[in-house]
Design a protein around this ligand. Structure first.
Ligand code: DC
Length: 234
């Protein structure tokens, strides 16, 4: 049965392009978007700004419950600006350091529970496209379409390196490989909501695919479930 407010989940490891793919699919469908990784990144930044240790589960839980975060849509085709306590942190949260810090705070069960209802609140009409690590397994287990993106570690590191270079940030490729390896391991081995495909997820290996090709594969899967769906743009 198709749920009233449909959800498409796109999970996967870092650097598989799921953020961009999620954004483009949401734009094509004219649906809402939730970048769940951004929530974990904002929480890690808030902890840092409030001088909290990243292993203080009790304090992080309270911070997660009261986190003052806003996603401000600017246009249908660009990612929202993200505000923490009223300050624009859209770019600040995108560093590898914040990705790693987000992965650390995400290991705590109390933190994940505190962020659950916040994530589910994004399920609004006409539908939701969401990307993360546990969207199809834990946050939206009844999602209508579940995708899981994969790519080799080397390819993901290369993509991340290029992305950072475009932003004028120079990084060492072998260091990036090690950071991604460490982050994957932490995300996959954590006790609660570990990174893994849902049993009913469709796995897309993106190693040799362009972003446009991945979006086209996702849209093919979406049309199988929603044959009458109309793209509003793209
Ligand atoms: O998708 P991302 O790189 O922005 O995510 C950063 C980290 O946040 C990721 O390494 C683990 C954590 N995260 C999570 O635990 N659960 C999610 N649904 C999304 C992200």
């Amino acid at each position: 049965m198709i749920s009233k407010k449909p959800v498409i989940t796109i999970d996967g490891t870092s650097g598989t392009g799921k953020g961009v793919v999620g954004q483009l699919v949401a734009t094509q469908l004219g649906w809402n978007l939730l970048d769940s990784g951004a929530l974990y990144r904002v929480l890690a930044l808030a902890a840092q700004q409030h001088g909290m240790a990243l292993d203080n589960e009790a304090a992080l839980k309270v911070l997660a419950e009261y986190l003052d975060v806003q996603f401000i849509a600017t246009s249908v085709s660009t990612p929202p600006r993200i505000l923490l306590e009223g300050q624009d942190v859209t770019d600040t949260i995108r560093t590898e350091k914040m990705g790693n810090a987000a992965s650390k705070v995400g290991t705590f069960p109390a933190v994940r529970v505190a962020l659950l209802s916040r994530q589910r609140a994004f399920r609004e009409s006409p539908g939701l496209v969401t990307d993360g690590r546990d969207m199809g397994t834990v946050v939206f287990p009844d999602a209508d379409v579940k995708l899981f993106l994969t790519a080799s570690l080397e390819e993901r590191a290369r993509r991340r390196c290029n992305q950072l270079k475009e932003k004028g940030i120079n990084v060492n490729l072998s260091e990036l490989v090690e950071e991604l390896r460490e982050r994957d391991k932490r995300d996959q081995e954590r006790a609660v909501a570990p990174l893994r495909p849902a049993d009913d997820a469709i796995i897309i290996d993106t190693d040799t695919l362009s972003i446009e090709e991945v979006v086209a594969s996702v849209m093919r899967e979406v049309r199988k479930v929603f044959p009458a769906i109309q793209a509003v743009s793209g």
